[in-house]
Design a protein around this ligand. Structure first.
Ligand code: AMP
Length: 370
């Protein structure tokens, strides 16, 4: 949920503090296994590695030395062009094992310079330990001896890494996003409580709630063309055809483009609706942050819907056959969306049995991590 803005760009949470801590610790223990017999010298490359180096050293279980250097590129005054120099390295490293601590290796440009500088020094060995590594963009043949986490080619900040000098103080990792909105798909079978929860969540997170069922019912009440079209399907508990529903949904989103984000309730209900939603949002530089599914046993649902039918006036709530048909539609056409969002690591289940407040709290705990 907590997208942050630095300069003119937006960054969203990517790797948790806990995951980073665990990775640093494992890396320190892995390196320590190889240097049981000697006291290595760790050399952190400033500025980005200061936090990684500090935590790494804290976790390093045996004797070690630590130093920091900065890589500086001068415009060479001779024919060799640019000259790279390490500044700050005052120790005598003769015959020592030197382990470079890097926050991130991407194309390998910096690493190449470090190797070039150390190759003429009388040290015993040179090893490289990096917290993050981007294999997809690494262009060099150089060895990287210890890797914390390999990540796709994302622009990341936090834990010492910056975007134009900001973001170093974040204790977890964020990645650049063009997405400014928080968009949630609230999911679950009819009667799961999506509408009730959406009402609470929209206020709490300042989101626009779009319930496709409500939009259809509004159109039916006002006898619009869309309402007339949808009515026959809805009355039976069948799904309204995708094309109609998708066009209507897009029009609702377009009406609220300055929103903080949306809670989609009752949409998407089919894979083609989910694909259409992704395509539509991505054209706007936006996307779905997560699907939150309310999980409720079917018997409780039937009882809830029949109870609601006594007061809602909804024909599809008053007859158990229609209710069962809606479950059937859900189980055959809609439930597969769980896989669609699971494949994108965006599916989150929430226990939908309990008091309204308890359930809101469960959902909020999920939204806060998105
Ligand atoms: P709901 O209020 O979400 O239970 O929706 C009531 C009815 O509206 C459903 O049974 C469908 O007939 C129709 N409907 C709502 N959302 C959709 C959708 N995304 N796709 C197709 N039909 C929908």
């Amino acid at each position: 949920m907590s997208i942050i803005k630095l300069h003119n760009n937006y960054f969203k949470p990517y790797i948790s503090k806990e995951k980073v801590d665990e990775t640093v610790k494992n890396l320190a223990l892995e390196v320590a296994k190889d240097f049981k017999e000697e006291i290595p010298v760790f050399v952190g490359i400033l500025n980005g590695s200061f936090m990684f180096a500090a935590d790494f050293i804290r976790h390093y279980p045996t004797a070690c030395e630590v130093s920091f250097v900065k890589l500086k590129s001068y415009d060479g005054t001779n024919s060799t062009g640019n000259v790279d120099q390490l500044i700050g390295l005052n120790e005598d490293l003769t015959n020592r094992s030197v382990i470079i601590l890097e926050d991130i290796v991407d194309t390998g440009g910096t690493l190449q310079k470090i190797y070039d500088i150390f190759k003429n020094q009388p040290i015993k060995t040179l090893k490289v330990a990096t917290l993050f590594f981007k294999p997809d963009v690494f262009k060099k043949e150089l060895p990287i001896d210890y890797i914390g986490l390999s990540i796709p080619d994302e622009f990341i900040i936090g834990f010492g890494m910056d975007y134009n000098n900001l973001g170093r103080n974040l204790s977890s990792i964020y990645k650049l996003t063009t997405q400014k909105m928080t968009n949630i798909v609230l999911f679950g079978p009819p009667g799961a409580g999506k509408g009730t929860q959406a009402e609470h969540l929209k206020t709490k997170y300042n989101l626009v709630h779009i319930s496709t069922g409500d939009v259809f019912r509004y159109n039916i009440k006002n006898e619009t063309d869309l309402g007339m079209l949808a009515k026959s399907y809805m009355d039976k508990g069948d799904l309204v055809p995708d094309e109609v529903t998708i066009n209507m949904l897009e029009a609702e989103v377009d009406k609220n483009l300055d929103a903080n984000g949306f809670i989609f309730d009752g949409f998407p209900r089919t894979t083609s609706q989910a694909e259409a939603l992704d395509a539509f949002l991505s054209k706007k530089g936006e996307g779905i942050n997560g699907m939150i599914a309310l999980e409720v046993p079917e018997d409780i649902l039937v009882a809830r819907l029949l109870e609601r039918g006594k007061t809602s006036g909804r024909p599809d709530d008053q007859d158990e056959t229609k209710i069962r048909n809606r479950f059937n539609e859900y189980n055959t056409k809609t439930a597969i969306l769980k896989d669609y969002y699971t494949n994108q690591n965006k599916y989150f289940g929430a226990d939908g049995v309990g008091s309204i407040e308890e359930i809101t709290n469960r959902i909020s705990a999920i939204i806060d991590t998105l």
